[in-house]
Design a binder for this molecule. Structure first.
Ligand code: NDP
Length: 490
């Protein structure tokens, strides 16, 4: 490909799922001369500190329950302790393997990589942290996001999701702040691994924005499984337990006995070990005081645009620091594009990958391709999982008259083991067109199920077309094609 007078046709900043995909397709399929800079590990949030290690932890945390269920099925299995060290070793080995795969994909596509921090100098120039500069016809910003702590004194005593995978030991007790994806998923994970979990969420119900009935069942199941979930509750104050006179006596590690908050933070800075500051005293907005071994802030993520030189180069940033882009992921500077979490559109790995593909198609394939953000299926890997696509009942009702087909029952597998767990299968159907506007599933493997239902909902199929499909029996999801009468309509 012609390079004009630039060093590269494309310079990608950020080696996460979106950036790597865009770089290797531009180079591998369109012959573009491409470079990519990453100052951390290749694979980004998803592979290194997000989806992949989280899902491995979801699997790990599910086995305690499996042992219990297996006994009901006649197996003579004994409970045993969970070995965090052994698991973490295997998890890290898997992440190393995957990072290697990402590096190989880039080198195999002839993408030149720089293990350096890159910032934007101007519309066509990138500055690298070794002091050199590179020019490119197009710059793609794919720097992702980072977890944020609330603005309260001593917030640094708490960990964020990035830190979880590096913990030296599992805490005996943890307080999780937040009610979003990360808070709920890790509440279930830690609970499954035997940690005493308390969760504070400031709103009326966790998983705001999702279908009311579905998130209600997730919350109910989380409580049934042992998560101490407090709604309408937030953290008000926190301090090292030992330094807090009114706080109850700390338990567990005495690493910071007699320390002040500053001492504890200094200790953490020296050791680099998260959670090394010892028990933490917490006061909630309801006035309750309690000591926890660890506090996890799962209070959202902000786009990584700080000190990137973007605004100086003319790129517009939004209220949360996100790069403002048009439907082709193009910024206010025509040669600079941005994809993935840094744009704060839909912060999901497959969406970033699709945005990367659409960018390449637009810039190198000669076909302007807008990213389709409509009807994206997603899953929350709580226990039980929640899978969702399309409109919630509440959002659909606000839009038009709907019929709700819904059933909730104890599934055969766990009912046999005398477990109370219920699942939910729900379809939101337009009264006028009969199109299925939304599907919400709370059940084991709901993520797998919603991937398939997502095809039908994306295709705009009607309830009657769902019903034309023969049931697979006996399964939980056969209900999705056998619900004859609406539970309610409005
Ligand atoms: P979310 O935005 O989903 O949730 C943040 C939570 O923190 C909300 O419950 C919010 O409350 C609460 N919160 C925000 N600020 C404060 C505060 N100052 N004090 C107390 N609570 C606060 O963010 P997550 O970090 O959970 O996840 C980030 C994104 O990552 C998700 O939106 C999702 O796109 C992606 N993700 C996807 C996963 C998946 O696909 N399975 C898994 C994990 C992450 P409120 O509701 O009141 O605003």
């Amino acid at each position: 490909m012609a390079q004009d007078t630039f060093d590269y046709d494309l310079f990608v900043i950020g080696g996460g799922s979106g950036g790597v995909r865009a770089a290797r397709v531009a180079a591998g399929e369109y012959g573009a001369k491409v470079a990519l800079a990453e100052d951390d590990r290749y694979g980004g949030t998803c592979v290194i500190r997000g989806c992949v290690p989280k899902k491995l932890m979801v699997f790990a945390s599910g086995y305690a329950e499996v042992v219990e269920e297996a006994r009901a099925y006649g197996w003579d299995l004994k409970d045993g302790p969970f070995d965090w060290d052994a698991f973490r070793g295997r998890m890290n080995a898997e992440l190393d393997r995957l990072e290697g795969v990402y590096r190989k994909l880039l080198s195999g596509s002839d993408v030149e990589t720089f293990d350096l921090r890159a910032t934007v100098k101007d519309a066509h120039t990138v500055a690298l942290s070794d002091g050199t500069t590179k020019t490119a016809k197009h710059i793609l910003v794919a720097t992702g996001g980072y977890p944020v702590r609330p603005d309260i004194p001593n917030a640094d005593l708490g960990i964020v999701s990035d830190d979880i995978f590096h913990l030296d030991t599992l805490p005996k007790s943890i307080l999780i702040i937040g009610g979003g994806y990360i808070a709920c998923e890790f509440a279930c994970i830690f609970n499954g691994l035997g940690v005493e979990v308390t969760q504070y969420y400031r709103g009326a119900q966790v998983l705001r924005g999702f279908d009311e009935e579905a998130r209600g069942l997730v919350a109910e199941s989380m409580r049934e499984n042992g998560v101490n979930l407090h709604l309408g509750t937030n953290i008000l104050e926190m301090a090292p337990a030992a330094s807090h006179e009114e706080g109850p006596s700390p338990t567990g590690s005495d690493a910071s006995m007699g320390a002040t908050a500053q001492d504890a933070l200094a200790l953490r800075a020296q050791t680099g070990s998260k959670g090394a500051s010892g028990p933490i005293w917490v006061k909630s907005t309801t006035g309750a005081e309690q000591v926890f071994d660890m506090v996890l802030f799962a209070t959202g993520r902000d786009p990584s645009t700080r000190n990137m030189g973007l605004e100086e180069a003319g790129v517009a940033l939004g209220r949360r620091g996100e790069v403002v882009v048009n439907e082709y992921s193009q910024t206010a500077v025509p040669s600079i594009y941005a994809i993935g979490d840094v744009t704060n559109r839909v912060a999901l790995t497959p969406v970033a990958i699709r945005e990367g593909m659409a960018f390449v198609q637009t810039v190198f394939g000669g076909t302007p391709t807008a990213v389709d953000h409509d009807l994206i299926p997603s899953a929350i890997f709580t226990q039980p999982e929640m899978g969702t696509v399309g409109l919630s009942e509440e959002d659909a009702r606000a839009q038009e008259e709907v019929e709700i087909y819904c059933t909730s029952f104890r599934p055969m597998q766990t009912a046999f083991a005398d477990k109370p767990n219920r699942v939910l299968m729900k379809l939101v159907v337009s009264k006028a067109t009969r199109v299925v506007l939304g599907c919400h599933i709370v059940a084991p493997a709901a993520g797998e199920l919603i991937q398939m239902v997502g095809i039908a909902v994306k295709a705009g199929l009607t309830k009657e077309q769902f019903d034309m499909t023969c049931a697979v029996h006996p399964t939980m999801s056969e209900e999705l094609v056998t619900m004859r009468n609406p539970m309610r309509s409005a």
